[in-house]
Design a protein around this ligand. Sequence first.
Ligand code: ANZ
Ligand code: ZN
Length: 830
Amino acid sequence: MSSDETSRNDTPEGYDPRAVQDTWSARWAELRPFRADESDDARERRYALDMFPYPSGDLHMGHAEAFAIGDVRARFWFQRGYDVLHPIGWDSFGLPAENAAIKRDSHPAEWTYANIETQAASFQRYAPSFDWSRRLHTSDPEYYRWTQWLFLRFYERGLAYRKGGQVNWCPNDQTVLANEQVVGGHCERCGWLVEKRVLTQWYFRITDYADRLLDDMDQLEDGWPERVLLMQRNWIGRSTGADVDFVIEGRDAPVTVYTTRPDTLFGATFMVVAADAPLAEEIVAPEQRAAFEAYRDEVSRESEIERMSAEREKTGVFLGRYAVNPVNGERIPVWASDYVLAEYGHGAIMAVPAHDQRDLDFALKFDLPVRVVVETGGPDPVQSGVATPGEGTIVNSGPIEGLTKTDAIPRIIEVLEERGTGKAAVNFRLRDWLVSRQRFWGCPIPIVHCAACGEVPVPDEELPVKLPADLKGADLAPKGTSPLAAAEAWVNVACPKCGGAAQRDTDTMDTFVDSSWYYFRYCSPQYTDGPFDPEAVRRWMPVDQYTGGVEHAILHLLYSRFFTKVLYDLGMIDFTEPFLRLLNQGQVVNGGKAMSKSLGNGVDLGEQIDEFGVDVVRLAMLFAGPPEDDIDWADVSPQGMAKFLSRLHRVAAEVTSEPGTAPAGGDVALRRVTHRTIAEVTTLVDSDRFNVAIARLMELVTATRRAIDGGAGPADPAVREAAETATLILSLFAPYTAEDAWDRLGRRAPVATAGWPSADPALLVQESVTCVVQVAGKVRDRLEVAPDIDAADLERQALASPKIKDALAGADIAKVIVRAPKIVNIVPRR
Ligand code: ANZ
Ligand code: ZN
């Protein structure tokens, strides 16, 4: 169909979703309505951010949902006249590209950038309100140059460091994994059982920020979903208690244990050291060494899940040594077990079997003593096999005897501090972030290793350290060391410090590093003097709404928050939280199940769009329920959405009054519906209740249809007002149809920035009654008021009426008699 306006106006019935798409996507490409405006400082600004996609193929139904939701938010802000930043880019480093390249004997960039083009084309068709001029890809050297630059700033502050130690290793992906990437003992990506290996790796010292990551959550209380805040809190896992020093017989230095229950110190009947902690190896008595080593080897083969399971039968071995309880001098045996983790606290615990279930299980298994020190009223632990961790009165406990648990904790800490055998302590579950990966398609770590100088940062002027160009296909196959090591010409460099022979670090960074700061880059994507222009960041950030999947509720958000705090400490920004509001969309499922190849219930986005058009797909997604809920595609009715769109389009096409006709004097009942809809939809969209907003829009269209057919007729200015309002609201959800309807209404494109309508308060009155206003018993005015108007309000309105002022002619008022809502009688003083 041609885009010639006259011919289209001649065929008002002709609503063809596909033709509408073709026409308007071409026009929008010229109009570019969504460029963020850097020139105007007077306008309020908003930053609408969508979690950027990974280019793993074409866009799918999940993208369609997430981006439709983020787009409503952005379009709403555009309509309201804000200066809006709504960018798009790609998270384009990562393993799948590399695996594809190995399979196809090609370079990961080929697969990556081809997929990006496919997704970009699909986005163009899907028409989110992106500012395309800010597009970025994290795998572009202009981008990762700054990822490296940031790494070096972290390095200078001691926030990036290398250490040897046990790490998670995925035997399938042949790379280390962060703790965060191990889910139930398996590789988050491929599902393989994760092993432990001892390797030297790069870490970010996120634990230095644990307190701030927790405390700053106060800023997010109103803007983030409660469950995400909870997940973050649990992940950081701040626990408060005490460090208590136990002397080990025959060892000079005492061993410190961490406990959340120092009030139970008198009930500690044995000590347990993590079997894989160096301490166990160090203190084991000679006669127990063989047994210990056999046990430790067993433990090293256990997966994390096995180890953490509470159901499992407890295992362990006596180390042949004794510790001395600092509060009562009691000798207690020291054991090694796998239920104590080497990496938490101090890797050793005081066991209080009466009040800790794990300890009780262990004590019962190995016949160790159990002593109740808190009277909780619960059953006897030994008899019942159930520990009593609850509140109660302290017994058998010297200086804290008789106190409640709550009072006993600070008291015993005082005692320990006085004696110099312990102190209050805080522990975090959070570990430092392991950032190095032995894979090719990532951001190279900008460090050179020199035999003489050690670790030497690559000077800023030499960034980016680009990936070597000559590796591809089989060169990238995982071999347990980084494929980059094979690029000898790339690896061997002169030391930046001494000029001697040195080698580049051959690891690349976790892609979560790339995505921890991309939203800063969007503010000034072409900036060349730093990762971002501080002015631009001041202009746009923090992000007003971040939309994306709840699968990022922990890692990506935690890392981004950490980066933001480091940037703050570097003096580069003046805020400490990057995302003020977070919206997690639900999933799109089909027939109650996640879409999957094996179930054969996948729905292809492209096919849906071909069949129904973009607007129908978007509207169906948004109408299906609140954004946070899952959408079952089997339950949605694209046909119903299509019918609604054509109904709205036809209403717009039937309007015969001229654009700009004043609506006053038109059908009041319809005007009321229109203005009530404006008021309600504004609030609904503001609070992310898009589905209800669409329901209101549908009611408005129905009312308009009725007015056209049954009375007011197509020429009534209230009909135009209603149709224009409906079209403006529709522009948030179904931009193509809205644009075409706007055009039918004789308005100029783009509807997207035409301006949000405002509700006339006078028309918001639900139903009105006529109130008679008398002056000295004579009717002088009639007011349309709400039936529930209160007397004071009615009196005010009556006295404000120009007709009444005339009638009073300046006379003083003796008395006002109000019978709300029907009569006001004003008695002037004579
Ligand atoms: C004695 C005690 C008595 C404990 C009691 C609990 C209850 P959260 O809250 O997770 O911080 N613990 C300490 N270090 C450990 C480690 N490396 N591996 C396994 N468990 C460890 O838990 C802290 C509690 O977990 C500590 O308090 C310690 O046991 C144990 F009635 O000490 B408790
Ligand atoms: Zn050197």
